[in-house]
Design a protein around this ligand. Structure first.
Ligand code: UN1
Length: 507
């Protein structure tokens, strides 16, 4: 037998501390690899379609119990979940770094996002408000109520392996729903850790049924079992547009509700009045941070021609000097790409950019002192003659395309001229420009920021985007409504039986 490697050892130690049974990650047909070195750090077993159906049934039974628990008590359950997350933040953040390759502050930031949404959901548990309406009939009143929806299915992607679950789960739990989670088959270890800590909270909390939170490990077939199950009224899926198109159609075919959070091809506009120091920092984090693997990553930059020659050399300097490497071995800003496929996609996009007349700066693989089975790259900055070719689609890698513009409306049209509609931003100190960008004639994205980058949203706002991003909203604001069912009530407290719209039906 092979000796366990350093990272396999460390992952096992973290998982044991996080309360995961060693049998769950020590054996199984699916090998889990770390992008830091490419080595295997665990093995897991997939759920069969039959096991998946059985667990969904159990989650449905749990929902039937959980919906009877008063919402503020459900909030207390989520408060305990947040407490548990606070206690394990360092270990779970470190495991995110090992399993996904994020630099430590981003691994920890992901866990912080989980804590934040728990806090938000605790308050929400006393604010699941309905409305009252004036009735057109005498001695009548109308109101709407929000009731628990049922089992919420969550399909999450590799790049935010645990936070995405929490944005959905925290809202679902306070809404009175049970949750069945199918994480990316490539990041099962962090999912096992989150499931273990959720189970601890379930055990501590008397009113919580055992299967309130269920984890389904597996690939597409397992995901399909969840997508097609009529006992899952709400299905939230995060991932590629191709995946979301398939999931959305299947869920619609059975009249379920899909919350889709799909690809982004996010842009920023740098106007003549922009504070360039601030813009530079925001652009660097947005385009280079997380090695370009956020759905909110900045991928397109429209720079006014009057500031192009000032901004571009500064940007080039960032791209040639930003620190890249194994985040466990030193203080770096850019970790590895998650897998070889991302690297190949990056190579192909850069090739296509050159063919479209682009000038590519940097973007090469970094191998010195790094393991061969890992894929580290220097992020690429590409000057494009116009918006064309690979710039029109999302490549999940650190590539920033830059184009100049003359008129703000032209820049807005370019920014809106792609299929995705997730995030966008403008750098300006001109009030008119800022508000034009935020107006109905401005950005067509679900997120539009001023003097900030496109990524790194807080949980307090609704998160999601339009067009091929899928239209779903998760996290803050009133996103909770998608996890509940609305009921309209008309109540007659009088002695007559008037009909609406003046209709008469006298028997
Ligand atoms: C994602 O990449 O799927 O706004 C989500 C952000 C993070 C979430 C990213 N809060 O960048």
């Amino acid at each position: 037998m092979q000796q366990p490697t350093r990272l396999q050892d460390e992952a096992a130690r973290l998982l044991a501390r996080l309360g995961v049974d060693a049998a769950l990650y020590g054996e199984g047909e699916r090998a889990v690899r770390t992008p830091l070195t490419g080595e295997t750090i665990g093995r897991v077993r997939d759920a069969s379609a039959e096991e998946a159906r059985d667990l969904i049934r159990k989650a449905h039974e749990a929902f039937l119990q959980w919906r009877r628990v008063p919402a503020p008590r459900r909030g207390e359950f989520v408060r305990l979940l947040g407490e548990e997350l606070r206690a394990v933040k360092d270990d779970l953040g470190r495991l995110v770094t090992i399993e996904v390759g994020k630099v430590p502050s981003e691994g920890l930031g992901e866990v912080q996002e989980m804590i934040d949404i728990c806090d938000f959901a605790v308050g929400l548990s006393r604010q699941l408000y309905g409305l009252t309406m004036g009735s057109e009939r005498a001695d009548h009143r109308m109101q709407e109520q929000w009731h628990p929806a049922g089992v919420v299915g969550v399909i999450s992607a590799f790049n935010f392996p645990v936070a995405v679950w929490s944005w959905n789960a925290a809202l679902a739990f306070v809404s009175g729903d049970a949750v069945v989670w199918k994480p990316s088959e490539k990041t099962p270890l962090t999912a096992l850790a989150v499931q273990a800590l959720t189970r601890r909270v379930i055990e501590r909390f008397e009113e919580a049924p055992e299967h309130l939170s269920v984890l389904l490990l597996g690939d597409r077939a397992t995901g399909e079992a969840l997508v097609d199950d009529g006992r899952v009224p709400v299905l939230s899926a995060t991932g590629s547009t191709a995946m979301g198109r398939a999931v959305g159609q299947r869920v619609a075919a059975r009249f379920g509700r899909a919350i889709l959070e799909l690809g982004g091809n996010n842009a920023s506009i740098v106007t003549p009045s922009a504070d360039l120091d601030l813009a530079l920092r925001a652009i660097a984090f947005g385009a280079v941070g997380t090695a370009g693997q956020r759905c909110t990553t900045l991928r397109r930059l429209f720079v006014h021609e009057s500031v192009y020659d000032t901004l571009l050399p500064r940007l080039k300097r960032v791209y040639s000097t930003v620190s890249i490497g194994n985040p466990l071995d030193g203080d770096v800003l850019v970790g590895p790409l998650f897998e070889e496929a991302g690297f190949r996609a990056m190579e192909a996009a850069l090739e296509a950019a050159r063919a479209a007349g682009g000038t590519v700066h940097e973007g090469a693989r970094v191998t010195e002192g790094l393991p061969e089975a890992a894929f580290y790259v220097r992020p690429a900055l590409v000057e494009m003659p116009r918006q064309a070719g690979p710039m029109l689609v999302e490549t999940f890698a650190p590539i920033l395309y830059v184009v100049t513009y003359r008129e703000l409306d032209e820049a807005i049209a370019l920014q809106n001229g792609v299929a995705a509609g997730l995030s966008s931003s403008i750098f300006t100190t001109d009030m008119r420009e800022a508000d034009r960008f935020l107006s109905a004639l401005g950005s067509d994205c679900g997120i539009a920021n001023v003097n900030m980058g496109s990524s790194g949203a807080e949980i307090g706002g609704a998160f999601g985007g339009e067009k091929e991003t899928g239209g779903g909203r998760e996290s803050g604001s009133d996103a909770w409504k998608a996890y509940m069912r609305r009921q309209t009530n008309a109540i007659n407290y009088g002695y007559a039986m008037p009909l609406a719209q003046g209709v008469r039906f006298d028997i």
